[in-house]
Design a protein. Structure first.
Length: 128
């Protein structure tokens, strides 16, 4: 073996990287389930209010954009914009309701079961 051969150092670096990856995969991936410092009530309420307002405003803005583009394309002013404003507002309210009731963006709108383990490091829906 040559003295300038870096293979033993590379193997130790790779094994160290593999150990760090295994440790990271073993930890919980959901930030909502991780323990951390307690949030103050003021910051929590302000963050919640900001999130609610962003959910509703962004959904309505997307509805306005889609309605405006379809109205311009199909020359049906203002009917499709009005329809998509209502749809956007209702989508925003649905998102706020899901957030407030704790469903979040879980598949099937079901609360995640706390007794089951998470698939750490794997993608959902893959057949491997």
């Amino acid at each position: 073996m040559n003295e300038n051969d870096p293979k033993p150092a590379e193997n130790s670096d790779l094994s160290e990287l593999d150990a760090r990856l295994a440790k990271a995969r073993g930890q919980a991936q959901d930030p909502l389930t991780q323990e951390g410092p307690e949030k103050s009530e003021k910051g929590g309420a302000l963050g919640l209010a900001f999130r609610v307002s962003v959910e509703i405003v962004s959904a309505v803005a997307i509805g306005v954009g889609i309605g405006w583009l379809l109205d311009d394309w199909l020359d049906t002013r203002p009917w499709l914009m009005l329809v998509f404003i209502v749809l956007g507002f209702s989508a925003g309210i649905l998102n706020v309701y899901r957030m407030a009731s704790g469903f979040g963006y879980a598949p099937g709108y079901a609360k995640p079961d706390k007794n089951t383990s998470t698939n750490s490091g794997t993608k959902a829906g893959t057949d491997e």
